[in-house]
Write a protein of this length. Structure first.
Length: 221
């Protein structure tokens, strides 16, 4: 796995983010999230508010976003929670970034199913584009992180880039994805070999009638 996040100097972080607060649009979204929970349970919205805050930081920095300490403190105060309780959430879930990341956060699954299906080739493609685990490329475009299973084992190897999963990868496909993203092109998410969801490679081999309609098999059994 990647090393611990290399966070910037605290003085610099507080100077830049010490006055953080939600934009009017995000304030409205935060209140909408909080309103989902009954009175006295507002702290249950902590994950949603952290995500909103991280995305706001991302918008301001033109990256995928991260959570500086003053921003975490802001969310804690917003929900009247001890800072440490919020920090525990941030450090538990890998969806929250504790250090700056690039415009594209490339998270490669390195667990056993993906490894057996070729995640080493995916890492090689990233390396040959100048990427290193736990680091951001000098142009600020890509950050590479090795992650644990993200639940797409059937379509391994899998990479999550920002909010999307890219599946059925190999060296050439991953190289193309990175090149297209660097050029500002849109890369369709999901299987890169044309599979629908988790169907077998080459298409379904059973229940083929279900591909185009909700076929009723009961009279055939």
């Amino acid at each position: 796995m990647a090393e611990a996040p290399n966070t910037p100097d605290e003085i610099e972080v507080r100077a830049k983010w010490g006055n953080f607060k939600f934009t009017p649009e995000n304030e409205k979204l935060a209140k909408w999230q909080i309103a989902k929970y009954p009175e006295g349970r507002q702290r249950s919205a902590v994950m949603a508010l952290l995500d909103i805050a991280q995305r706001q930081v991302g918008e301001e920095t033109k990256t995928q976003g991260w959570l500086p300490v003053p921003v975490i403190e802001y969310v804690a105060d917003y929900l009247n929670m001890p800072y440490m309780r919020v920090y525990e959430v941030v450090t538990f879930y890998t969806m929250y970034n504790r250090a700056p990341v690039g415009r594209f956060h490339v998270q490669v699954c390195g667990t056993t199913p993906c490894m057996l299906r070729g995640s080493d080739d995916v890492f090689a493609a990233c390396k040959n584009k100048g990427m290193a685990k736990g680091k951001t490329t000098p142009d600020g475009l890509f950050t590479l992180t090795e992650i644990e299973c993200i639940g797409n084992c059937t379509n391994a190897p899998v990479v999550q880039i920002n909010d999307d999963n890219y599946e059925d990868l190999d060296y050439d496909i991953m190289s193309r994805i990175l090149e297209d993203l660097a050029e500002g092109k849109t890369v369709p998410a999901g299987s890169q070999i044309g599979r629908k969801t988790s169907e077998p490679e080459g298409g379904p081999v059973v229940l083929k009638e279900m591909v185009k309609s909700n076929h009723d098999y009961r009279n055939e059994w």
